[in-house]
Write a protein of this length. Structure first.
Length: 280
């Protein structure tokens, strides 16, 4: 018995020591937890129910949308406008994002000579819809030297998110497209077609771009026309004229219908209020 008593005491001491250690660790953890900053809208972390870091959800700050894929510049070029020292320049862009569009971005055309020197510059603003492929066109740009290349850059892109499954591109179609040479002495040629507004909206302003292409699919002439107050279900004829002769054989008439659905003044007021188009 004399040898077992110390063993009992030793076990008891170990148990007591262990309990003290556990209590100490719990106290330390409680202190650390109490000192640990609670999640908030300025901690630089994605927590709580935030949609992005420190924005959305419980954080009132609106998140700045960032697209997974940038807008692509597909091609650029120029064609003589038919007026001396003036050219039409163009760039085709593509937005690969299916539910993100841009209601506003800035673009810059740089026209360069054979040595890469900038001989003309043109800036502008535009928009692009989800999944849209479109042309940016600037007409009658004065260029005193022979252009060789055109560069197009985009910046300041403001993204807008559309709800999955709810987004519908405005149902505007161009049919019965045709191109005719007139040679009347006043006008060289014309392009014509029929615009069909099969959407549920009345549009205040619609711009139609006409792109004429050669048998090798090269752009050889550009033009545009404006149509006002096009009602839902309406079919409207349009024509665009080229007063001066341009070179090349026209094989294809391509059209682009532009209506800025991000702006309420693009719609006839009696059928549209100030809500965003993507909410419809």
């Amino acid at each position: 018995m004399e040898f077992k008593e110390p063993q009992k005491n030793k076990k008891k001491q170990i148990i007591i020591s262990t309990i003290y250690v556990v209590i100490f660790l719990l106290l330390v953890s409680a202190v650390v937890y109490s000192l640990k900053p609670k999640p908030n809208c300025f901690d630089g972390k994605l927590n709580q129910n935030e949609k992005n870091v420190d924005c959305g959800g419980v954080c009132a700050k609106k998140c700045v949308l960032v697209a997974e894929e940038p807008i692509q510049v597909v091609k650029t070029g120029y064609v003589p406008s038919g007026i001396a020292n003036k050219y039409d320049i163009f760039g085709q862009i593509y937005n690969p994002n299916n539910f993100l569009g841009s209601n506003e971005f800035a673009y810059t055309f740089l026209v360069k000579d054979a040595l890469g020197k900038v001989i003309a510059e043109k800036k502008g603003m535009n928009f692009v819809l989800p999944g849209e492929r479109k042309y940016l066109i600037e007409g009658n740009l004065e260029i005193l030297e022979a252009p060789v290349t055109v560069e197009l850059t985009l910046e300041g892109i403001k993204w807008v998110e559309f709800s999955a499954g709810d987004y519908q591109k405005p149902d505007l179609k161009i049919v019965n497209k045709a191109y005719n040479e007139i040679n009347s002495g006043v006008t060289f040629s014309e392009a014509l077609g029929l615009l069909k507004n099969e959407s549920q909206f009345d549009f205040a302003t619609i711009k139609i771009y006409i792109i004429l292409k050669s048998p090798s699919d090269e752009i050889i002439a550009l033009n545009s026309t404006l149509m006002n107050t096009v009602k839902s279900g309406e079919n409207r004829d349009f024509r665009a004229f080229w007063p001066n002769r341009f070179s090349g054989e026209v094989r294809t008439v391509e059209t682009q219908v532009d209506v800025d659905v991000y702006k309420s003044d693009s719609f006839v007021k009696r059928f549209f209020n100030t809500e965003q188009f993507q909410e419809y």
